[in-house]
Design a protein around this ligand. Sequence first.
Ligand code: GRF
Length: 228
Amino acid sequence: MTPGPAPVARRRVAVLISGGGSNMAALIEATRDPAHPAEIVCVLSNRADAGGLAKARAAGVPHVAVVDHRAHATREAFERAMQAELEAADVEIVALAGFMRLLTPWFIERWHDRLINIHPALLPSYKGLHTHARALADGVKIAGCTVHFVRPEMDVGPIIVQAAVPVLDGDTAETLAARVLAREHRIYPLALARVASGAVRVVRDDDGNEVVRTEGASSSGGELIWPA
Ligand code: GRF
């Protein structure tokens, strides 16, 4: 018998959620492929009623837990409880996916360059909530989503991958959200693969800004000009 390819060492990933968990589900689905350099070993929610919890259990994620922020007197106590779960599950990378709590520098610094988030806008535009309604009110022609490394300021941090979608006449916040969400489900697994494999690294540019460089990324094509 000829030996098969050597198994890839896969990075152990936790996904933090507060809601339906469709991005979490996309990450679980993509990492079923043994060639993906990450595996989802842990899902934590700050809400017991998060719909994503049942999906994570049904998918067989080994460590699924609720860490209820209301059960802790301070943000840091809440984060220490999450940190204990992450350590118990031997987690190496944390992916925020619709996780609706602001994290303190205490937590963020512990996971420096190993903590990523997905945001439903083309950062640095439209940080915060209600991104699609605000983009429509401004009449933008292109919307999108961003995966980035987390830094202490909300929705700030070196950008790993972005995807753009056209805004169509007659779009509502809901129709635009659905178009963007479909792209979120594509780019989050891609960004996680690049982080887990070490293909992306955060560097300082000549002006001292933190930016991400991606090994092996194509430097041509992929443009979206809209309206066409
Ligand atoms: C997504 O739009 C994500 O970008 C934002 O919250 C939403 C979560 O959706 N941060 P889901 O729970 O992944 O379905």
